[in-house]
Design a protein around this ligand. Structure first.
Ligand SMILES: [Mn+2]
Length: 338
């Protein structure tokens, strides 16, 4: 089985480099899946190499929920730029393009250190080029699930704390199991058997939305424009922050596809969400079919999942939306909404 070799491949790279110092990187505004999988991976590595030093870092900051989780498990995730040359091997978790690392991404390209990518997003060709090992599994719903499998491959079991962290990562990325696959539930059963109380653990994810996010969502509503493409309702809006949250909200409200962006001195950040119905009936993979080509048109990068994706680029938002409409029109040809 292909998967069964990943743990060994990681250990081989660590041994080749005689690695003593490891850096684990999460994407900007690291979510619970990113920080929990990083924490669990660091534990796994230490089980097999007790002398290893692991630093976990995320550019800018981690999300509010992630902060609460890190406090609970007493884990440190730094947001100051690491001295990359100090490390022997770099891991990139829950992150499929170096763009999601901001300025740090450029630094990583200049290094000659081995880079190991572990992610559940569609692998990006640019990432594959610079990575020594790419564990990109689209068959699972969270990076935390991949780390759980690594424990199994290693013939080891996570501690109760680590199991709980993995549960939180999975719960977050599957919107509390709504998007979980059958294999995800198998993992959850095993986590429960390790002594984790699911109901109790999930409480930590129920952080009330803060005022700035609620205001961003309301602004996104106020500024929203909609159009129909072959009968599908496409919503566009712009906010300075919380683009992903706003896009999610617009789909909840009734859009089939929501595209929410921000423009800051010519730098564009765009989040997209689509309904499950949209994906099921059109087969359009938001990350691969829309975000990726849009990223290329904007001289940036785009990628993501079937119903959630992001794009970075340059230019103005008006033009970016026009490009998005053009791509959607092409892809939706022959997919009239019934
Ligand atoms: Mn994830």
């Amino acid at each position: 089985m292909r998967q069964m070799d990943f743990f060994r491949e990681i250990m081989n790279i660590l041994e080749e480099r005689n690695a003593g110092r490891i850096l684990i990187l999460c994407h900007k505004n690291a979510d619970p899946d990113a920080v929990c999988s990083s924490y669990a991976l660091s534990n796994l590595l230490k089980q097999f190499k007790p002398s290893i030093e692991v630093t976990i870092a995320a550019p800018e900051s981690v999300s509010k929920v992630s902060k609460a989780i890190l406090e609970r498990f007493l884990v440190d995730v730094t947001n100051s730029e690491p001295d990359f040359n100090k490390f022997d091997v770099i891991f990139m978790l829950d992150t499929n393009t170096i763009r999601q690392l901001g300025e740090w991404g450029k630094r990583i390209c200049e290094l000659s250190l081995p880079l190991i990518v572990i992610d559940h997003h569609a692998p990006h060709p640019e990432t594959e080029k610079i990575a020594s090992l790419c564990i990109c599994r689209e068959d699972v719903s969270a990076t935390s699930e991949i780390i759980y499998d690594l424990f199994k491959e290693a013939g080891s079991k996570p501690s109760k704390d680590v199991a709980e962290a993995l549960l939180l990562g999975i719960a977050f990325d599957t919107r509390h199991f709504l998007l979980a696959r059958s294999s995800t539930f198998k993992v959850i059963t095993e986590i429960v058997e390790l002594g984790v109380n699911v109901q109790e653990a999930l409480q930590i994810l129920m952080v009330p939305m803060d005022i700035s996010e609620r205001i961003a969502r309301l602004k996104a509503c106020k500024r929203m424009k909609t159009m129909r493409i072959y009968g599908w309702i496409i919503a566009f809006s712009h906010v300075g922050s919380f683009q992903a949250s706003a896009a999610r909200m617009l789909v909840d409200v009734g859009a089939d596809v929501a595209i929410v962006g921000s423009e800051d001195k010519g730098e564009l950040l765009i989040s997209m969400r689509s309904s499950n119905e949209f994906y099921n009936k059109t087969g359009i993979h938001l990350g691969r079919d829309i975000a990726k080509p849009l990223g290329e048109l904007l001289h940036g990068m785009g990628g993501g999942h079937t119903t959630s994706a992001g794009v970075n680029g340059t230019g103005d938002l008006e033009t970016a939306f026009k490009y998005a409409i053009k791509i959607l029109k092409e892809k939706l040809k022959g997919c009239q909404r019934q």
